[in-house]
Ligand binder design. Structure first.
Ligand code: NDP
Ligand code: 2IT
Length: 453
């Protein structure tokens, strides 16, 4: 079929989706990116098309929306909205993180749940896709306020999840502290000690390397991409956005493997350290962001470098860029700036950090572009390994989990090359197409086997 007819078919599909999901720009964007690859693919796989698999995959299995009432330290009653989007459980129980951030909307959680279905399929582990969260801002709240919020949130959520049903984990604003409060309340209400959440503390069923997994996995994926071009990480100048869980462990692994990290950011701006952030400076930031819960600008004061208020780091020339903060943090202008600065690879730690036209710009320039659903799958992969350890009632060593993580990232990379390359070992790989098709096929085959559900 000529490209123009694909465009028309994609347009028609998207018009229906937009009509069914009005006012949900992030969800529409995530589906559009996938539809651009799956609709042309279905022409040679009419069984998927005839069974309307893509249409069914864009409709969540169910969405649970609930009130979360809690009391702040002054005794005021506060109310937030909690949501869990159980998107697709064709290949395993629902699995995906929980996000607490004021920007959380149904659109954001639907885009994340949709992406998660493909990502989890890519890991090769038996996990379906889900996402949850609340428009709650943990910033500036006391520990006790966060605890009361988490307990209230879980009081309702506990009815809908479970080790064989739906297994939440962390995401933006949900780290070790929040997962602990959530798991404690789950255990108390259900009176069972099962691996119903991942990212747990090591003393109560957590896995070694889960904290580090998304960042480490992202760097392992970058290493695979570069190795295919007979290149490596050593000596590469890297920009990173964010300074949360994913950004910090991306930085740590890059530094360990001999790359030079020159930026980190948070929602107030970015720091540029041309000398490179070394292990000692990274220990400072990790303490600053995870223990003190401070601002990244304090790094600039501590180490005498520049802080760029309200700016993103993409104007800083680099070899490799790792967006690790949030969705749509690289727009078309940012992509142009990165390309102008000589970027060779963009590897996504965050979910959907690049806008559709930014992706187009990277692909037109034929640089290495590692989309989030492939590049950041290491986090959920080790969550899957945490579930396995819980089910077996034992714990694997750091080395064992790290070995499995490396192996899984290599397998994800190989699937992207298989579906996104043209068979020639030296050719350009469209990692977006590779990840979309590889993630789709497994879920689609399961859905076909089940009949019309
Ligand atoms: P954290 O809450 O630990 O850190 C988030 C970081 O991003 C902070 O530095 C935060 O700055 C910054 N940030 C958040 N929202 C915005 C915004 N709207 N504008 C600018 N900066 C922002 O979250 P994670 O590190 O866990 O998550 C980061 C990204 O990685 C997200 O896209 C998440 O979905 C994705 N991800 C996370 C995984 C995990 O295992 N945790 C797994 C796979 C993907 P500030 O402190 O100022 O808010
Ligand atoms: O986006 C993600 O993959 C996550 N936030 C991790 C999900 C998980 O279940 O570990």
């Amino acid at each position: 079929m000529p490209v123009a007819s694909f465009d028309k078919e994609i347009e028609g599909f998207m018009a229906g989706l937009v009509k069914r999901n009005p006012g949900e720009p992030e969800f529409q964007q995530a589906v559009h990116e996938v539809a651009q690859d799956i609709i042309p693919f279905e022409i040679d796989h009419l069984d998927y098309k005839d069974a309307h698999i893509l249409e069914r995959m864009t409709e969540p299995d169910r969405i649970i929306i609930f009130r979360v009432a809690w009391e702040d330290d002054q005794g005021n009653v506060r109310v937030n909205r909690g949501t869990r989007v159980q998107f697709n459980n064709a290949i395993g129980p629902y699995k995906g993180g929980i996000r607490f951030h004021p920007s959380v909307t149904l659109s954001v959680l639907k885009f994340l749940g949709f992406e998660q279905t493909f990502k989890n399929s890519l890991t090769t582990l038996p996990m379906g896709g889900a996402k949850g969260g609340a428009n709650f801002n943990p910033k500036g709240k006391s520990d006790r306020e966060v605890m009361r919020f988490c307990q209230s949130f879980m009081t309702e959520l506990s009815r809908h999840i479970g080790a064989t049903v739906d297994i939440p984990a962390g995401d933006i604003g949900v780290g070790a502290r929040e997962v602990s409060y959530l798991f404690g309340q789950y255990k108390r209400i259900r009176n069972e000690f099962t691996g119903a959440l991942t990212g747990k503390g090591l003393a109560f069923g957590g896995s070694l390397i889960r904290t580090e997994a998304t960042g480490y996995g992202c760097v392992y994926f970058a290493r695979e991409m570069l190795a295919r071009r007979s290149d490596g990480l050593r000596g590469k100048t890297c920009t990173i956005s964010g300074s949360g869980n994913v950004a910090l462990y991306t930085a740590q692994k890059l530094i360990e493997l001999g790359a030079k990290v020159v930026t980190l950011s948070d929602s107030s701006g970015f720091v540029h350290d041309p000398d490179g952030i070394d292990e000692e400076k990274l220990r400072y930031v990790t303490d600053l962001k995870t223990v003190q819960r401070g601002r990244i600008s304090e790094y600039a004061n501590a180490y005498g470098c520049e802080f760029h208020q309200g700016k993103r780091p993409w104007n800083v020339p680099c070899d490799l860029a790792f967006p690790c903060a949030t969705q749509n943090e690289i727009d078309r202008d940012d992509a142009s700036a990165l390309l102008k600065g000589g970027v060779q690879a963009v590897v996504e730690g965050a979910n959907m950090p690049s806008s559709l036209d930014a992706i187009q710009a990277f692909q037109n320039a034929r640089i290495l572009y590692g989309p989030s659903k492939a590049a950041n799958a290491g986090g959920v992969a080790v969550s899957g390994l945490e579930q396995t350890q819980n089910a077996m009632r034992l714990s694997w060593s750091r080395e064992e989990v790290d070995r499995q993580l490396r192996e899984i990232m290599a397998k994800i990379h190989a699937q992207c090359v298989h579906w996104g390359g043209d068979g020639d070992t030296n050719s350009y790989v469209n990692y977006v197409r590779g990840a979309n098709i590889a993630g789709f096929v497994k879920v689609a085959d399961a859905m076909l086997a089940y009949g019309v559900l």
